[in-house]
Design a binder for this molecule. Structure first.
Ligand code: PLP
Length: 416
């Protein structure tokens, strides 16, 4: 459930007309709903009530300080993948003791900083990384809490670019090498084995592969216990999908129920790393129609947002619902919604049936709250859009639109 609803035909975010926001901050612009973010987090967190657990929001989905602050206030931990994300979490008031650090290529300085601030756990993706962490920790006179990210070799059944649990992916330690990796972890100096981790992919539409992965991890927990290696927490990763078009992913409650069924009678703490399911449908991107262009039979709606602002359609062939902000026209057309960038891949929708559109119409690209702004770039020297947080009747600009000067702020002409 989200708080983007029509009132008298006009699309609102909570108590504010999206048209009013477009008039105030211009387009393109990202708009998030505070009530929706809070609701999504609570529903996800409540599904685990009665089970020792920690929900670590995946920062890369949407990493604005205001959003991190909001989630920190709700008690969230954070799943980070870089020192940049770690410093954002700290700056936003997040608790380092609730941070897990994922990623296949952590640098020594990143590991050092993570140990310095005392994060909950490093999710380790290779034996080489384990040795590196041991060295860094030893040099600091500290102990490093770790989980091994094990690749359970199950197919999440999702897009190849966001499927991560197969042997052929770069992620994690191969299933067959897992025990050996834990033996190494216990043999190395300055390492504390805390948990076991996996993350099999994103936009998962069915709990079955996650349950299958969990079963594999649980059998590994038991096998390790027999060797005297105790696992305290099980991190099942993120990846729960959302409805972009007509997908019917499990609800957070049924997802939790399916996993909890398997955890009965065990005293493991569960760590979860949701990103998309918290933020995806809590944000829209506003864009304005520049003009309507006819190439023979083909009708292009040229808008002021482009692949640099929202790359998901281009990168993942992702579907985003696109709706008029104003009262939708009766007549329908089949159109491509395209941006002004010099790439054929620069589209937001192709062959889409939409209410008839004209120049100056405002559109809302739905489900843009996750992997939207965080993947935006300055390609074609386009300033990145602002981010706005609506809270009831209040509109907060939580990131200003970049200025033209921002584009070359850090550049130098050597002969000037
Ligand atoms: C991206 C990522 C997540 C979040 O995935 P969502 O699909 O947004 O829930 C969680 N954990 C890891 C390790 C990731 O790389």
């Amino acid at each position: 459930m989200d708080h983007f609803q029509r009132q008298d035909g006009e699309l609102y975010a909570e108590g504010v007309a999206l048209r009013a926001i477009a008039d105030e901050v211009g387009t393109p612009a990202y708009v998030y709903s505070r009530a929706t973010i809070e609701r999504h987090f609570r529903v996800f967190d409540d599904a685990w009530e009665g089970q020792d657990h920690l929900v670590c929001y995946a920062v890369k989905a949407s990493s604005n300080l205001a959003i991190l602050s909001l989630l920190a206030k709700l008690g969230a931990g954070f799943d980070i993948v870089s020192i940049g994300e770690l410093e954002r979490v700290l700056r936003a008031g997040g608790d380092p003791a609730k941070v897990v650090f994922s990623g296949v290529g952590k640098r020594r300085d990143e590991i050092r900083r993570a140990l310095e601030v005392g994060i909950l756990c490093l999710n380790v993706e290779s034996r080489a990384e384990l040795e590196m962490i041991s060295e860094v920790a030893t040099s600091m006179g500290k102990r490093a809490p770790i989980s091994m990210r094990i690749n359970p070799d199950v197919d999440a059944g999702t897009h190849p670019y966001i499927s991560t649990g197969l042997q052929t992916n770069k992620f994690g330690i191969p299933w067959r090498e897992a025990r050996e990796a834990y033996r190494l972890a216990t043999a190395l100096p300055s390492i504390d084995v805390m948990g076991l981790d996996c993350h099999i992919g994103s936009q998962i539409a069915d709990a079955a592969p996650v349950v299958e992965a969990l079963d594999r991890l649980l059998s590994l927990v038991d096998a390790l216990q027999e060797e005297g290696i105790s696992i305290h927490h099980l991190d099942v990763g993120g990846g729960l999908g959302i409805t972009y078009e007509d997908e019917t992913p499990p609800t957070p409650a049924s997802y939790a129920a399916a996993l909890r069924e398997r955890l009965k009678g065990r005293s493991l703490r569960v760590v979860l790393e949701p990103g998309r399911v918290i933020m995806g449908n809590a944000g829209v991107m506003l864009t304005r129609v520049e003009l309507v262009k006819h190439n023979g039979d083909k009708r292009f709606i040229v808008v002021d947002a482009a692949m640099n602002d929202l790359i998901r359609p281009t990168l993942y062939s992702a579907y985003h619902r696109i709706v008029p902000v104003g009262v939708p026209a009766e007549a329908q057309d089949v159109v491509d919604i395209v941006g002004p960038i010099c790439e054929s891949g620069d589209f937001l929708a192709q062959d889409r049936e939409l209410p008839r559109l004209a120049a100056d119409d405002l559109l809302a690209v739905r489900s843009a709250g996750a992997y939207g702004f965080t993947m935006a770039s300055n390609y074609n020297s386009r300033p990145r859009p602002p981010e706005v947080l609506v809270d009831g009747e209040a509109v907060h600009v939580i990131r200003e639109r970049e200025s033209l000067e921002d584009l070359w702020r850090d550049e130098k002409i050597p002969w000037d």
